[in-house]
Design a protein around this ligand. Sequence first.
Ligand SMILES: [Fe+2]
Length: 188
Amino acid sequence: MDSDDDRERAVEAAFPELAAIEDDALRAGVRRAWTTAMADTGCSDLTSVPWFPPAQRRLGIDDEFLVDHVRDVTRLAVAMAETLHDCRTVDCDLDTVLVGALVHDVSKLYEFDGMDETPVGDLLGHPHYGVHVVSRAGLPVEYAHVVLSHTGRTTVDPATLEAEIIKRADEVAASAIRLRALDDLRDA
Ligand SMILES: [Fe+2]
């Protein structure tokens, strides 16, 4: 059985981008969201959690993992935010982008047990349950909004530039995975 310290170390190791979050409370909130999800679901190896089992089954891709995907989304989102800021002096908060990207899929731990869908996945889905997960971790409502609006599985559109960036980063990162098995994204 892993201890809280083991889980904290696992989260820090999985997501080096945590160190770039300037606000101590927000960084702690991201860490708490992941460690709580690990404890609740009995996850002892974060790096082995699959990216998205239904799509992986459909496409025959078994070696894509959630941690890698979350890191892809985080780095893509930060690159977009920095580019917008540099080119157009748009006020886009980097901490918000980092925190939102790092928690956007944390609730997938509750949605699947290995490759099998859980009742949370069947009855709610990760974007809906994620509202509960990030709120319980003490993160402000802006992050519940990021989680809820990052996918077309809900009817909530992004209200902020940061949420929009994370949604687009997620779409591109997911498309890059799908193209491993497809020649044309329209076949997805
Ligand atoms: Fe995602």
